[in-house]
Design a protein around this ligand. Structure first.
Ligand SMILES: *[C@@H]1O[C@H](CO)[C@@H](O)[C@H](O)[C@H]1NC(C)=O
Ligand SMILES: *[C@@H]1O[C@H](CO)[C@@H](O)[C@H](O)[C@H]1NC(C)=O
Length: 458
């Protein structure tokens, strides 16, 4: 048997998604950092000159053409040096360095984030200019136009790289559809071991909880494969196939219809009506309940195919006592569902589909069949359980089948006396619940149910 289970494929995908988000968050910060480095470079070019710095010999100060600043911003030509006291800025929109004489009023700062302004404070020497230019060269922001533009472009390149990274990442990520395709193939592979097949089924079960995935299972041919597996000769495959089927049809009308057409109902009833290991029956019952829920067409066929007899025999059979409450729950849900639909019909604006649903539910005549097949007698058997939640289910079910069973219950003195005894028990439990400050406690609720049943028997 499986003791370990691989990470469901979606989990690993989710991990990849998380790292993708981190990449997206980090990269723009990286871009911003680079922009700051560039501006810092412009701002600090003349600050803190280190006398020990080796002067690059190919930059002779005598070769430098010196820029003549005016009151207007002018572009610096390649190789031009700037006199001390000039305002220098790098226009990040054009990529050009610009300089002018300082204004008498203070330069505005921070109003235009694209313009970086620097003030050269000390007097200007050839040595300082050389240093400044050397630094500029080292930082690849030379005063050459093309290079400055390249520098600007370099700030955007990471964005292109980011895009490419995203494409690569999404190419690496398996979509749920791809994962399911792989799992269906793995399951359908005649070379695969039993264990591999079970693993594939467990992973599929995880994925088909999503409505879209369950519908993709149909188009992949996986649903029919699963239905066919219900009568496999391997109980462990039957069990897990029923598990996948039950999850796929849950709250998914399209898959319910498809499963009906694929013959799932007959196969599930066959599993429940024949000698099978308990885990197989348990999952088959789960799949049956999911297939029938909110699907009157399937409920009708369930009754026509003798489904109720199958469940009656299952309830009575030795060895499947643990399934009894599930069987009763399934029947109880069917009755309540029909009642709710009929009630909502009273206040809802009647439309064609609602009329059709009402018509379909009207053909699901479960209640009279229940009393015919001895369920008036069977349901109270659940009361004998010492478990409160099982008794709760029994009490609620007795109330639901009261109409066809009332005469039967009135003659059953054993039922009345048993109900009286648990009434005393729950009175005491509800009392202590209230003493602990719980006014609407669970035992109070059970007591109300017992009293409601007793009231209907009088
Ligand atoms: C399963 O395998 C059989 C035989 O290899 C193939 O004919 C069939 O199409 C496969 N079914 C699916 C759903 O992949
Ligand atoms: C399962 O049922 C189908 C159709 O009812 C049948 O063709 C197939 O042989 C059965 N498989 C087993 C293992 O009984």
């Amino acid at each position: 048997m499986m003791t370990t289970r691989n990470l469901p494929p979606s989990t690993s995908k989710r991990i990849k998604m998380v790292s993708l988000v981190i990449v997206i968050l980090i990269l723009p910060i990286g871009v911003a950092d680079r922009a700051q480095e560039t501006s810092a470079l412009t701002v600090t070019q003349n600050d803190g000159m280190d006398e020990d710095v080796q002067v690059d010999d190919d930059l002779d100060p005598e070769d430098l053409e010196v820029f003549q600043p005016t009151n207007q911003w002018q572009s610096l030509k390649p190789g031009q040096a700037v006199p001390a006291g000039s305002h220098v800025r790098l226009n990040l929109q054009t990529g050009e360095r610009e300089a002018k004489l300082p204004d008498s009023i203070k330069e505005t700062t921070g109003l235009n984030r694209n313009k970086v302004t620097a003030k050269d404070s000390h007097s200007f020497s050839a040595q300082e200019l050389k240093e400044a230019l050397k630094k500029l060269k080292e930082e690849a922001i030379s005063s050459a136009d093309e290079e400055a533009q390249a520098a600007v472009r370099s700030q955007y390149r990471p964005l292109e790289e980011l895009k490419k990274d995203l494409e690569d990442l999404s190419a690496m990520m398996e979509t749920d559809f791809q994962v399911m395709t792989r799992l269906v193939q793995q399951f359908n592979n005649s070379q695969a071991s039993l264990e591999e097949k079970v693993t594939a089924l467990l992973d599929l079960e995880y994925l088909v909880h999503q409505v879209d995935n369950a519908q993709d299972l149909i188009s992949l041919g996986g649903l029919q494969l699963i239905i066919n597996t219900l009568n496999s000769s391997e109980p462990i495959l039957q069990e897990h196939a029923a598990f996948v089927l039950g999850s796929a049809v849950s709250s998914n009308p399209r898959v319910q219809v498809e499963a009906m057409e694929g013959g799932a109902l007959q196969k599930l009833l066959l599993l429940l009506g024949t000698d099978q290991p308990l885990p197989v029956k348990k999952k088959a019952l789960f799949a049956l309940a999911s297939l029938l829920r909110h699907f009157p067409f399937a409920q009708q066929h369930f009754l026509k195919l003798g489904g109720l007899q199958v469940l009656t025999a299952l309830f009575r059979s030795r060895g499947s006592e643990s399934l009894r409450v599930r069987v009763v729950t399934l029947l109880y849900d069917m009755i309540i569902e029909k009642e709710l639909i009929s009630q909502s019909g009273l206040d809802a604006v009647p439309d064609a589909s609602h009329e059709e649903r009402l018509r379909q539910y009207s053909q699901v005549a479960l209640l009279p069949l229940l009393s015919e097949q001895g369920w008036c007698n069977l349901v109270p058997e659940l009361l004998a359980s010492p478990e409160h939640d099982m008794r709760e289910k029994a009490l609620r079910s007795i109330l639901v089948i009261m109409t066809p069973c009332r005469d039967f219950y009135r003659q059953d003195s054993g039922l009345a006396s048993f109900l009286t005894s648990i009434q005393e028990q729950y009175t005491a439990l509800a009392e202590s619940e209230r003493e602990h400050g719980e006014d609407d406690g669970y035992f109070g609720e059970l007591l109300a149910l017992v009293e409601s049943v007793l009231g209907k028997l009088r």
